[in-house]
Ligand binder design. Structure first.
Ligand code: GDP
Ligand code: MN
Length: 397
């Protein structure tokens, strides 16, 4: 389970890690009020379960309340790497002197926790590893011994901080950094995390050490030990998944932008693979199961399209028990009456395929294309998703 930045930071605060004062906001008005409480300047940060928000424009430093409101409106409308933004974190702004990187992650290669520190944060860690190997500490933590003092000293040494540097309360920066490493280890261990990452961990111009970002992943298998997080996970398993379960669908949200609907798990998985092979990425796994009727198809489309981040929909049915004409009627029902504005590509084969295609042809739904084969359907859907301006999904035969 990946946590949003603000949730990770509340765990950070509980573990004694230094974070800035912040408020969560769902609207420009709330963000403005939050900025009023915190005092300007503030940073408005997109809450989305993905990195690279900074590069995408999802992090804005604001000097006035008007700026806060407009930045929030912009950010709430964004989609970052396929993730919608449901809220923003309004946080005190600081002046950054240096950006560092610190993480503890469960490493497959090490078969255990791995501590990674870089004296150059904020940028791609892979890049630092290549250019300045000495600025990087990678040290496995023995799960039985726990984090050892020498490992903390290694990190502090690699940071090469000025020995005189101290925060406003007089605490030496070296000591604060050591404390952060120890607290992060305790948090990783106690919360059954598989990842606790701070990028950037900053030194402010006042000599304070502050966690500016948080990325925390909790091991799903350990959620039963964390009642509060488990409850959030159930609530946040987005009612999308609950809705799908209720309709008898097998549904898993993925992070691409091509909605996928098919019958049979094997068929759906192969479509997802074909989409990836053709350069696209699937937004979901959705299996109608056998004998799906029109209402089930309608429920599936509703669930798949509800994120608003799908840019094309691919429906692939190989009818055995499922009748293609039933599926076609379901599609017509939903697409005919709702405002689905993404291109839809349909492939129907097997039981009642001929009748199904006739149903679709008769309905003349704008934006819907019937593909001649599964391979053609994949090609058309990937092309439609890749072309932002009114995708052309007409058959080229
Ligand atoms: P990410 O891009 O999704 O990892 O988002 P981060 O939370 O790491 O923020 C990206 C960048 O925004 C950081 O590396 C900082 O350079 C900048 N940033 C974030 N908060 C502040 C702040 O309070 N003051 C300043 N000056 N820059 C900030
Ligand atoms: Mn970051």
């Amino acid at each position: 389970m990946d946590l949003l930045e603000h949730r990770g930071k509340s765990l950070f605060a509980g573990a004694g890690l230094p974070v800035l004062a912040s408020r969560l906001a769902l609207s420009p008005e709330e963000a403005q009020a939050a900025a009023g409480e915190l005092g300007l300047p503030v940073v408005v940060k997109a809450q989305a379960k993905t990195g690279g928000r900074g590069k995408a424009g999802g992090i804005r430093v604001c000097a006035t309340e008007v700026e806060v409101a407009s930045a929030t409106a912009d950010i709430l409308a964004m989609t970052i790497r396929g993730h919608g933004v449901s809220c923003v974190l309004v946080e005190e702004a600081v002046e950054i002197a240096r950006e560092l990187y610190l993480a503890i992650s469960s490493s497959r290669a090490q078969r255990g926790p791995l501590l990674i520190f870089s004296a150059e944060g904020g940028v791609d860690i892979e890049e630092v590893a290549r250019r300045h190997p000495a600025a990087l500490v990678r040290t496995p933590v023995d799960p039985l011994l726990g984090l050892c003092d020498y490992q903390v000293r290694d990190v502090v040494a690699a940071a090469a901080l000025d020995p005189e540097l101290a925060g406003p309360d007089g605490t030496p920066a070296k000591q604060s950094l050591g404390g952060v490493v120890r607290s992060l280890w305790r948090l990783y261990r106690d919360s059954d995390a598989t990842l606790c990452e701070i990028n950037p961990l900053v030194i402010t111009t006042f000599g304070e050490v502050v966690c500016l970002d948080s990325k925390v992943t909790i091991d799903d298998n350990a959620l039963y030990r964390h009642a509060e997080l488990k409850a959030e996970s159930d609530a946040g398993a987005e009612d999308r998944e609950a809705r799908a379960r209720k309709a008898g669908l097998a549904f898993v949200a993925l992070d691409g932008d091509i909605g996928v609907l098919g019958n049979g798990a094997g068929l759906v998985m192969s479509i997802i693979d074909q989409i990836a092979a053709a350069g696209g990425s699937a937004a979901d796994f959705c299996d109608l199961g056998g004998g799906a009727r029109a209402e089930v198809v309608a429920a599936a489309l509703d669930v798949i399209l509800s994120t608003g981040t799908v840019s094309a929909l691919l429906v692939s049915i190989f009818g055995g028990i499922t009748r293609c004409d039933e599926v076609a009627r379901g599609l017509v029902q939903v697409l005919g009456q709702s405002s689905v504005d993404v291109p839809v590509v349909v492939r129907l084969d097997g039981n009642a395929a001929f009748e199904g295609r006739a149903v679709l042809a008769e309905a003349r739904l704008p934006g819907l294309t019937v593909a001649a084969s599964a391979a053609e359907a994949v090609r058309l859907a990937v092309a439609a998703a890749a072309s932002p301006a009114g995708p052309d999904t007409r058959r080229e035969d």
